[in-house]
Design a protein around this ligand. Structure first.
Ligand SMILES: *Cc1c(COP(=O)(O)O)cnc(C)c1O
Length: 391
């Protein structure tokens, strides 16, 4: 008999009842150190007082009002995003997938309004992840994601990850945009080297096409800059964020330049819940904290410490781990043992990690994790490694 919850997930038998900062407390009382953050969502940890206050204050006033009316919380968050990024304008969604949907529509509409309606193709890369909608799976294009869900939305050109030569050759008078994650998340914490991202920006500029960055996982302080592309000193035309921006409340956004957004006039797109007062009140509180002076310096310092300890761990357990990669507090442990086994051994040692493709274990801790918690986390990972090495 089919379970009452559609069985599309492989769930671990863990039942968390409460969260406190970087800790998750199981129903049975065990305390787990959370290096997953709900997959890069709880950017400020669990039950951060400023977020609890933002949410409860707003909850007592107004939960929902249609986008038929002004939403001042939305305005305030959009202003802050525009102030702190390349963007001139923002559309709010409830998830990363919906943000990807709009990015695709926006790029195509841009060219339609430029009297080049034949420019619909979007170049994407192997190992990418852009959500589970029809456009999202078509954009990623992997057999695993599209299998059985045909007909697959057309207009995506799939190239090998980081193949800039192929990108140059693939750009044609049918190309609307290039879509890429500056650091692949689901694909196994694969950062795009700064030089490649710069070169890709230059290719797009030469061809006059749009560069769309999917920062749903790597944005909002995760890599040690507010947005990951800042490391390369470039800016996109369109960018998606979600996950961390809501700190645990479902919230996403598409940020764009005035030019890239020029086709999106009144009536061309919308959402019932997108930009609702609760989500935007929380998002503003998250962004205020992450963009405050010094916060990202702290993230980079903690990243340095965590990375240094992980390098030591990898060196001590060469039968379990192969290397560390990533940026900021978006790190991946490339494994020798199956990544799933490492995650499981972590559960036994009461430390939460997240598996990814390419046999990588992801570490996406709250950006607010303390130095003591970093040491505790690596000690627990070491315990997990020990149990595996003995096998
Ligand atoms: C998680 C993710 C998405 C999809 O976001 P949802 O909120 O799950 O819809 C899209 N792109 C990237 C890079 C992601 O990591």
């Amino acid at each position: 008999m089919i379970p009452s919850v559609l069985p599309t997930y492989n769930r671990a038998p863990l039942n968390f009842e409460k969260g406190e900062g970087a800790w998750l407390i199981e129903k049975d009382g065990r305390r787990f150190l959370d290096l997953g953050s709900g997959i890069a969502v709880n950017a400020l940890g669990h039950a951060h007082p400023a977020l609890v206050e933002a949410l409860t204050d707003q909850a007592q006033k107004l939960w929902h009002v249609s986008n038929l009316y002004e939403i001042p919380q939305q305005q305030a968050l959009a202003d802050k995003l525009v102030e702190t990024s390349f963007a001139d304008t923002v559309f709010f969604t409830n998830s990363g997938t919906e943000a990807c949907e709009l990015a695709v529509k926006m790029a195509r509409k841009y060219w339609f309004e430029k009297d080049q309606p034949e420019r619909v193709d979007i170049i994407t890369y192997s190992g990418s992840f852009h959500g589970r909608s029809s456009a999202g799976i078509a954009a990623a294009g992997s057999e695993k994601m599209v299998h059985g869900f045909g007909p697959i939305l057309g207009g995506f050109v799939h190239l090998d990850w980081l193949d800039l030569e192929a990108t140059k050759e693939a750009i044609s008078d049918k190309t609307a945009a290039v879509l890429v994650e500056p650091v692949q998340g689901e694909g196994g914490i694969r950062p795009m080297p700064d030089a490649d991202l710069k070169a890709l920006r230059a290719l797009c500029d030469e061809a006059g096409i749009l560069l769309i960055l999917d920062e749903v996982q790597c944005g909002v302080g995760r890599t040690g800059r507010l947005f990951a592309h800042e490391w390369a000193g470039i800016t996109p035309d369109i960018m998606m964020v979600a996950k961390g921006i809501g700190g645990g409340f479902p919230l996403g956004a598409v940020l764009a330049t005035e030019e890239a957004a020029s086709g999106m006039t009144a009536g061309t797109h919308g959402s019932t819940y997108g930009g609702n007062p609760l989500g935007c009140a929380v998002g503003k509180a998250v962004l205020d904290i992450v963009s405050a002076p010094g916060f990202l310096d702290g993230v980079n310092a903690r990243s340095g410490l965590l990375r240094q300890r992980l390098e030591g761990l990898v060196a001590s357990y060469p039968d379990v781990f192969e290397g560390v990669r990533g940026a900021g507090l978006m790190l991946g442990l490339k494994c020798v043992k199956p990544a799933g086994d490492v995650v499981q051994a972590g559960y036994d040692a009461q430390v939460i990690t997240v598996p990814a493709a390419d046999n990588v274990v992801r570490l996406l801790p709250p950006l607010t994790l303390s130095d003591a918690e970093i040491h505790e986390a690596v000690d627990r990972l070491e315990q997990a490694a020990q149990s595996l090495q003995a096998d």
